[in-house]
Design a protein around this ligand. Structure first.
Ligand SMILES: Nc1nc2c(c(=O)[nH]1)N[C@H]1C(S)=C(S)[C@@H](COP(=O)(O)O)O[C@H]1N2
Ligand SMILES: [Mo]
Length: 203
């Protein structure tokens, strides 16, 4: 990481709120690890990222191709629905807006499902995926992600509860209708805005 060039810094607008901690959340200085199941072993030589569904042409990147895309740093806070919030993380990766230059969305695409190793999925409305601070991250706070935190690549959507920030990401699917993912089928919210405390239900 230290040999990487200086990357542009994007600052999530939520970090500029006077009250940084959303309702019902508690500040943590540690970085907890939270996920269903075990930490997958990912082989980079077999790894790819696919964008598919309601796009004119699906897109695919190998690890080397993905790492060659222009990268940024994103300063953002992280809020888990289990009530911890971690402030001022610096994520390293490729903005969603940069990746989306490589596909043409069909007009009926309104929702996204993130697909991960071990068939974890999570859904979100497309406008939250396309937010200016959302990125595909391979690193945080100056180092590559550890396997527990989603190495080699995770989605990071700072404006929503962190269960939407899918670890071990392998694909993004564009859909016309919302489709509940893993935690959402278990009762978690289809959107999950921490500022509105969208923890459970509503579908
Ligand atoms: N693939 C996958 N990604 C996941 C999860 C999961 O179970 N599987 N859990 C989510 C939840 S609930 C949270 S709070 C964050 C936690 O990220 P961290 O372990 O890096 O803190 O990852 C999210 N991404
Ligand atoms: Mo979470």
């Amino acid at each position: 990481m230290s040999s990487d060039p200086i990357r542009p810094m994007i600052v999530s607008s939520d970090t500029e709120r006077e009250q940084r901690i959303p309702p019902g959340q508690v500040l943590t200085r540690k970085w907890p690890v939270l996920h269903a199941g075990s930490t997958p072993q990912v082989d980079l030589t077999k790894w790819d990222l696919r964008l598919f569904g309601l796009v004119k042409q699906p897109a695919r990147w190998t690890w080397d191709e993905f790492r060659a895309l222009p990268s940024v740093d994103v300063r953002a806070d992280m809020h888990c629905v289990t009530r911890w919030s971690r402030l001022s993380m610096t994520w390293h990766g490729v903005l969603v807006s940069e990746v989306m230059k490589h596909v043409e969305l069909l007009p009926e695409a309104r929702f996204v499902v993130a697909h991960c190793e071990q068939s974890f999925t999570t859904n979100l409305p497309i406008e939250w995926f396309l937010a200016e601070d959302a990125l595909f991250a391979w690193g945080a706070d100056g180092t590559d992600l550890s396997p527990d935190h989603g190495w080699p690549l995770r989605l990071v959507v700072p404006k929503l509860y962190a269960w939407k920030s899918a670890k071990w990401l392998c694909g993004v699917e564009f859909l016309a209708h919302d489709q509940p993912g893993y935690w959402e089928r278990g009762g978690y919210h289809m959107r999950g805005d921490p500022w509105l405390e969208e923890r459970f239900g509503a579908w």
